[in-house]
Write a protein that binds this ligand. Sequence first.
Ligand code: UD1
Length: 433
Amino acid sequence: MEQYIVKGGNPLAGEVVISGAKNAALGILAAAILADSPVTISNLPDVNDVNVLLEAIGETGASVLRIDRHTAKINGAGIYNCVVNNSYIKKMRASYYLLGALLGKYHHAEVALPGGCNIGSRPIDQHLKGFRALGATGRVVNGMVIVDAKRLKGARIYFDKVSVGATINVMLAATMAEGRTVLENVAKEPHVVDVANLLNAMGASIKGAGTDVIRIDGVHAMHGVEYSVIPDQIEAGTFMFASAATRGDVTIRNVIPKHLECLTSKLREIGCEVSEFDDSIRVVCNHRLHCTSVNTMPYPGFPTDMQPQITVLLSLAKGTSIVTESIFENRFRYVDELSKMGANVRVEGGNIAIINGCEHLSGAQVSVPDLRAGAALVIAALAADGVTTLEDIEYIKRGYEDFPEKIRSLGGMIEEVSTEREINKFRMKALSM
Ligand code: UD1
């Protein structure tokens, strides 16, 4: 079985280039099928979730041409199949974007109920609420979500919960609906704006993305464009925190510093030196950090997708920190694994972690419960004394391109291994250093 093996203790140093944003790419690829001419998307991250979605898009009959590792050309003209149900798609959350896109274009879609990381119950009631308000029917039959409409008509929709997925999905469905749709209490994440920017470039009329209210005037047809995905702020944040946890000096390139403001402020607050440039950020840390409190919130608040990484960082800080998870109810499943490495973290009420900072973590055998927790455990392993092995790394591969390679380029010692022999070889090398 594939594992990562990590020898900790080396401060990360150097430069790392951030890939395109996975979560933006997923919405953007679904949006691309709305046109009947080629949409070329560049800066796609080469990660499993993106590759699975591209395969699913191909199964609809759309043509998908992989021009190079990070660029795909999609033409939705040939779509003949609005049923998406392969074994892979069931494992990913963003499969639901095909519901909105196919419903918007063909007024019918059947997509396997979305899976994704097990970080709490992940309902899609707000997506369905939006589709229904536009005039569609929505039901779940044998694990498939089926949406249907004779016609789609613009409507005013207030989301009861701020949801990235529901905002993007209903925006996709409304782009070609008749008349005006007003979406209220929407998510403001950079990837919502990125999907809206692509849709506008394809001929849509969407205003207000990035604010609480999005106004969409339906158009009859969309056309092909060339578009580049924004950089991944969660990958960038992961490297910022890895630099801090290992007392390193890392410059993170190809980022939009504005998207990272709340991470930058938190790092400064706990004692890191962070310098912002036009499209890069440098994080320097050469001492033990201080405790703080963190509450995850929708953008521009502290992202839930960085919660495990900051918990790891604070498990090494001076004093007692409190991290409250307000978005997903089951997002501290990695704490048991982190405790095996010597962290002193207690979870109360399922969503509050009380962290008594310790001076050192130590290597252990841990398993990865979900994507971001996996990245956080890698950070812990890089900061720890000794060797850590991480199992179930397929979660990490869903969202981080070339993670071991990028870490090695910063001086971190990490390998992907699959045999006892490779593990022993790594241990021998680690011992000799
Ligand atoms: C997206 C991201 C994920 C991130 C999350 C929050 C993708 C592919 N994934 O997930 O990495 O952690 O945003 O930033 O972009 N909710 C409902 N009903 C719904 C929809 C959501 O109650 O119909 C709730 C969820 O249970 C959760 C909250 O709303 O408590 C936010 O979820 P949402 O923003 O929808 O997350 P995702 O889009 O699934």
